[in-house]
Design a protein around this ligand. Structure first.
Ligand code: C5P
Length: 228
C-alpha cells in the first residue's frame, strides 16, 4: 500500500474552485483526479497547473473511440507528463492506448464496467452474462493488452486483485467512511475495506469536496486506513 493512498476527485465546475481545495489540502494530498466535468471547464491547462505545483494527475476521461484516435489522444496525455489515465476496458481501445503510451510513465487504467450498470444495462449491450463475468473477462483482457491497472468497485477489489496479479495497479472509487453520506453511490465500501481488499488507491470525492471541513475529512480517512 502507498503511504498516502487517497486520490481526491476534483469534481468542480471551475479551476478556481478546484485550486482553492488543492491549496487548502496542501501536502496532505499528492494525487488529484480530473474528471470530465472539470476537464470541460478547465481542460489540460488545469492539469498542467497541478503538475507545475508538483501534484500528480489522474485524468479520468474514460477514452472510448476508434483505435487511431485513442492512440493519438493517449500520446498527448503521456507527453503532458500526467500520471494516470482511464480508458474503457474494450480490447481494441486498450491495445491502442498501450501503443499511444509507448515507453512513457503514464499509468493506463482500464474501466471494466461502469458500476452504475445493472443487469438490464448489460443485457441492453447484448451480453448475456452477469456483471461479475464481464468484469473478470475485461480484467484478463486488460492485463493481456499491457495495461498497468484497473479501476474497480471496492466490492470487487479482492477478486480483481487475484485476477490481475500483484503487479497491477488497483484503484477503487465508490468509497465512503462509515457514517458519511452515500449520495448517489449504491455499492460502497469504506476506504479501509477497499485497501484491505487489495486496492492501491482509493478515490474520494464528495466526502471531502463537499465537506464543511475537507482537511478534517482527509485526516479521518487517513486515520481509518492506518488503523485497519
Ligand atoms: O463523490 P464520490 O466519492 O462518489 O466520487 C467519486 C469519483 O469517482 C467521481 O469523480 C466519479 O466520477 C468516480 N467514479 C465513481 N464510481 C465509479 C467510477 C468512477 O464514483 N464506479
Amino acid at each position: 500500500m502507498n503511504r498516502n493512498p487517497i486520490i481526491v476527485a476534483l469534481d468542480f465546475e471551475t479551476a478556481a474552485e478546484a485550486s482553492a481545495l488543492v491549496a487548502l489540502l496542501g501536502d496532505r494530498i499528492q494525487v488529484y483526479k480530473i474528471g470530465i466535468e472539470l476537464y470541460a471547464g478547465a481542460g489540460m491547462a488545469f492539469a498542467r497547473e497541478l503538475r507545475s505545483q508538483g501534484k500528480e494527475v489522474f485524468l479520468d476521461m474514460k477514452f472510448y473511440d476508434i483505435p487511431e484516435t485513442v492512440r493519438r489522444a493517449v500520446c498527448q496525455v503521456a507527453r503532458a507528463g500526467l500520471q494516470f489515465l482511464t480508458v474503457h476496458g474494450s480490447h481494441g481501445v486498450m491495445r491502442a492506448a498501450v501503443e499511444g503510451r509507448d515507453t512513457s510513465n503514464l499509468q493506463l487504467l482500464a474501466v471494466t464496467l461502469l458500476t452504475s450498470f445493472d443487469r438490464q444495462d448489460i443485457e441492453d449491450l447484448g451480453y448475456p452474462c452477469e456483471a461479475t463475468d464481464l468484469v473478470d473477462l475485461r480484467v484478463r483482457k486488460a492485463m493481456a493488452a499491457g495495461m498497468q491497472g484497473i479501476v474497480a468497485s471496492p466490492l470487487d477489489a479482492a477478486r480483481v486483485r487475484r485476477l490481475a496479479g500483484a503487479g497491477a495497479l488497483l484503484v477503487t472509487p465508490g468509497v465512503r467512511s462509515a457514517g458519511a453520506a452515500k449520495s448517489d453511490q449504491k455499492r460502497v465500501a469504506t476506504p479501509a475495506e477497499a485497501i484491505r481488499n487489495g486496492a492501491d488507491y482509493v478515490v474520494v470525492g464528495r466526502q471531502v469536496t463537499r465537506a464543511a471541513d475537507p482537511v478534517g475529512e482527509v485526516d479521518r480517512v487517513l486515520e481509518e486506513i492506518a488503523a485497519a
